[in-house]
Design a protein around this ligand. Sequence first.
Ligand code: FE2
Ligand code: FE2
Length: 327
Amino acid sequence: MSEASEVVRRPTHLPKPRGPLSERVVAALVDGRPLPERPAVLDEEDGAITLWTIDELSYRGFAEVDDDREWDPSVVRLRRQLEHDLEARLRARWPGRPAYDGGVGAFPDALFAEIEAHEGPSLARYVHTDATADQVLELLQLRSIYHLKESDPVAWVVPRLPVAARASLMELQYDEYGAGRPEQLHAALFAKGMAALGLDPTEHAYVDQVPLEVLEQNNAMSLFGLNRRLRGAALGHLAAFEATSSLPSRRMAQGLERLGLAEEMRAYYLEHVEADAVHEQLAARAICGSLLAEEPELEDDVWLGAFTCLDLEDRLAAHLLDRWGAA
Ligand SMILES: [Fe+2]
Ligand SMILES: [Fe+2]
């Protein structure tokens, strides 16, 4: 077994249900029965863990579930119903695109200006100066739901883009996927950091611990990535994600150093200080910029994706800082 496949282990366990819908869905996925339809009344967390579970069938799946269930009509039907709810929630939170001069060509600078002006609560700032080791370990467990499949949701978008945006997205993805070296895959770097900290680097290992906000973050990325119609939102989300990564990654690395936590996890964050300073330019200018030059009608969706990225991170940060008494 190579070093990389040792640290990124295949997921094995379905999540614990969080209500009656996920209870029925998890059972039906295992025993092969059709999935139910979305009930008229549905708790948000029950719906979110159900959609997360269905979406995972399109990534690396679950050992207990037949791979063929991904395209089972009852699975697709429920996925679409839950995606519809999620998209409606995300669109309801979006205040609309900011006013700026210069048309779609001005998008990259307008995005950087928005992010500069954005003042959300910052988990990385708290980790840098105040968090305890237990709080940092808890945060890394929550982050693992995404970081162990880092860049996978946006990989769906590649074949859906015009030539220039496709080439630029592949340039960025080439870095994220380790530039041909499995041990340099960003997901593998994170897994290595988790193992060094005594955490379980298996995908999904901590899904039962994550709050609604983390499920919503992951479900939004899958929604944008899996629906070609929402390719603009997927790339707007990517641009905002990359543009809010370099400085926070430095703070995370400094926080880990302050607490004397594993060098391997610091290495993951230090890699992102450098890489994402480049990726933010690539994502905003070469990827979103060239997409909008060819498909300007996607401008609103690009902003929806960027807003959703910032908004969902703000919601997670507010939730955690409040729980830690640090708000
Ligand atoms: Fe990365
Ligand atoms: Fe990146």
